[in-house]
Write a protein that binds this ligand. Structure first.
Ligand code: GRF
Length: 196
């Protein structure tokens, strides 16, 4: 299974995928890493010998123009699955049309709870005693697409956004690796999931 992973930040979930794909048995490999800015996670490209590309959001006069350029870049790698893992940008409909349903996103909350760019902070502010991690198929809603997998994560007294996020990320990584395995082994069919 050929993966293109899109990031905006440190790429800790990406690192987990890269480490998993070092195992010859793992039925997927990251063929390229893309970012919407000079994300520090792009350094993983050098570390693991994977091509990287950047489509800087700020270089385009519209989200749509940025989306076109992103589709152009991603398409070149002929991915079987595009993974937004820490891409902190809403992709425009044209990106979804180009890759759906093989476009998935990791989210650090138990969707549909706390969608959007600050899921961890919002859960903390809401004072809940548990939140979660979710993996969804990207559709034209904000984090409202079909849920591939999700798991509860406890919020502990004294948690900060950072400590809570650090407890969520390993769960995200586990869900992501498992989903890639299930898709590669045809145990999970994203077309069927989105058609439900
Ligand atoms: C992850 O929790 C992801 O779900 C969210 O932002 C975080 C990115 O972390 N969208 P990293 O860049 O993978 O470390």
């Amino acid at each position: 299974l050929k993966l293109v992973v899109l990031i905006s930040g440190g790429g800790s979930n990406l690192r987990a995928l890269l480490e998993a794909s070092e195992d010859a048995e793992f039925p997927a490999r990251v063929v390229a890493i893309g970012a919407d800015r000079d994300a520090e996670g792009l350094v993983l490209g050098e570390e693991f010998g994977i091509p990287t590309f950047t489509v800087p959001f700020t270089a385009y006069e519209s989200r749509e123009a940025w989306g076109d350029a992103l589709v152009e870049q991603v398409r070149q790698w002929e991915p079987d699955l595009v993974i937004c893992s820490g891409l902190m940008r809403l992709v425009p409909p044209r990106v979804i049309r180009a890759f759906s349903p093989n476009l998935i996103n990791t989210h650090p909350a138990y969707l549909p709870e706390f969608p959007g760019a600050h899921g961890v902070r919002d859960a903390l502010a809401a004072g809940v005693d548990q939140t979660g991690a979710s993996l969804i198929v990207v559709d034209d809603s904000v984090d409202g697409g079909p849920i591939i997998a999700q798991e509860r994560v406890p919020v502990l007294p004294g948690d900060t956004e950072a400590t809570l996020h650090d407890r969520i990320k390993p769960v995200e990584r586990r869900l992501l690796i498992q989903a890639v395995l299930d898709i590669a082994n045809a145990h999970l069919d994203l077309k069927e999931l989105t058609a439900r």
